[in-house]
Design a protein. Structure first.
Length: 114
């Protein structure tokens, strides 16, 4: 049999098998959330609730996970652990809010309003 074993033992428990996937997941979700937060006040996709930047961001995250699933021909939880997926989504939301805060204050600073 030539089955690849993607699980590794770490401190007596099994972890996801791709060591670069977890940090890459966190970095990409954080950068994406911050970027979408920066443009959120301008509503570039329209005023509909389904076109709000946070909805578009999480739609793109879901499509990216589906593309990862198809590209690797493995279930996503074998590549990125479930807890890591949920923490990444929470990190993306936190960074979206941080980007929204920065974008709103930079806009006020640029327009000269105190």
């Amino acid at each position: 049999m030539t089955e690849r074993n993607l699980a590794r033992k770490k401190a007596g428990r099994l972890t996801a098998g791709r060591p670069f996937a977890t940090p890459a997941w966190y970095v990409l979700v954080a950068l994406g959330g911050f970027g979408f937060g920066l443009i959120a006040d301008r509503r570039p996709f329209g005023d509909d609730i389904l076109l709000h930047p946070v909805v578009v961001f999480y739609t793109l995250v879901g499509l990216g996970l589906l593309a990862l699933r198809v590209a690797l021909a493995r279930p996503v939880p074998e590549v990125i652990a479930d807890r890591t997926l949920m923490l990444g989504c929470a990190l993306g939301l936190a960074m979206f809010l941080a980007g929204n805060f920065v974008g709103a204050h930079m806009l006020l600073f640029r327009s000269g309003v105190s």
